[in-house]
Design a protein around this ligand. Structure first.
Ligand code: BGC
Length: 329
């Protein structure tokens, strides 16, 4: 082989080696790089988990916000997890995973059924206290509940309809999920309230799957099936916004009295514009914040008071300004 050919071959070989070496490093880095958590158990007092009904739901993000605030104040490492879409089975699996990794405490929504009750027992027996937020399951051995009195909140919704309508009324209800206990309790409260009068009738109930689009579709179907509807009541945070959309779609000129839940910015804006007549304010940030404080106390001792109700307020156009001036976090 000629000397010049040899030199050329070694240059090519060398270049190939260098390129492969760099490529291997980049490829290997991308494939195997795992974000290292700069968390060591010594850095924090406790490691808690907040398991939400749906990870990116605006309402649950507010619970997370409150919980994060309290966690930062008390030097607690808070892990926030939840299913991508509301799903009891996934939620239970996530709680179970948190029990397996031995966190110091869990905050979660109460879930319907025996599996939740068993899981809470397992967790508590392993020394991991569970605090329910937003929805309670009294029959479980959860250490405390922090959240709305959902039956009472439903009664408040019923009263808005009683106080602001006259004559026979036909109600369409949009519920977040049939298998969510808080939705069931709100519905029971609502029914109990309207029993006081004979003129208010529930004609249909549809599910929104706690999404705005789901609520718009539910409203559309309700109004299509029951054109007699004069009142719409939404029982979860995005239902009111979806109800306005759904009504606009199917019967933009129809007069319908609307009661919603929660005070997400868009809902408040619709109250201001008079498109939603009333909404039942809940305080998710307060729930998150207090739940962390309760879990900290539970690391030392049991609680005397283990049912901590957060506020519920009716917001309407009439009290909108004063409401906004108050403490609404
Ligand atoms: C309920 C939550 C639910 C949320 C959905 C709230 O009114 O309390 O349980 O996850 O609405 O957006």
């Amino acid at each position: 082989m000629k000397k010049s050919t040899k030199i050329l071959l070694s240059i090519l070989g060398g270049t190939f080696f260098v390129i492969s070496f760099i490529g291997m490093n980049i490829y290997g880095y991308k494939t195997f790089y795992i974000e290292e958590k700069v968390v060591s158990s010594n850095d924090y007092r406790y490691h808690f988990a907040l398991v939400s009904e749906e990870i990116d739901n605006e309402y649950w993000r507010l619970i997370e916000q409150g919980a994060k605030e309290a966690a930062a104040e008390h030097n607690i490492y808070l892990e926030y997890v939840g299913p991508l879409k509301a799903d009891n089975d996934q939620l239970l699996k996530l709680i179970d995973r948190m029990v397996s990794v031995k966190v110091d405490g869990i905050i979660t929504q109460g879930v319907e059924g025996q599996r939740f009750v068993d899981l809470v027992r397992k967790s508590v027996e392993r020394g991991i206290p569970i605090v329910t937020v937003d929805t309670d399951v009294k029959s479980s051995v959860r250490k405390a509940y922090v959240g709305t009195d959902n039956f009472y909140a439903g009664q408040l919704a019923g009263e808005t309809v009683i106080n602001n309508t006259a004559g026979e009324q036909y109600v369409g209800i949009v519920t977040g999920r049939f298998d969510a206990i808080n939705q069931q309790e709100r519905l029971e409260g609502f029914k109990e309230a309207i029993q006081a009068t004979e003129r208010i009738h529930i004609v249909g109930i549809h599910e929104s799957n706690i999404t705005q689009i789901g609520a718009a579709q539910a409203t559309y179907s309700l109004l299509k099936k029951y054109p007699s509807i004069t009142v719409l009541v939404g029982l979860s945070a995005l239902d009111g916004i979806g109800m306005v959309e759904g009504l606009q779609e199917i019967a933009p000129n129809k007069e319908v009295y609307m009661t919603a839940f929660d005070i997400l910015p868009e809902t408040l804006e619709l109250i201001r514009k008079g498109k939603i007549n009333a909404t039942i304010a809940q305080y998710p940030e307060e729930m998150g914040y207090k739940a962390i404080e309760v879990l900290i106390q539970l690391q030392q001792h049991s609680l005397l008071e283990n049912e901590i109700f957060t506020r519920t307020i009716v917001v309407e156009k009439e009290n909108y300004d004063t409401f906004l001036q108050g403490d609404n976090r």
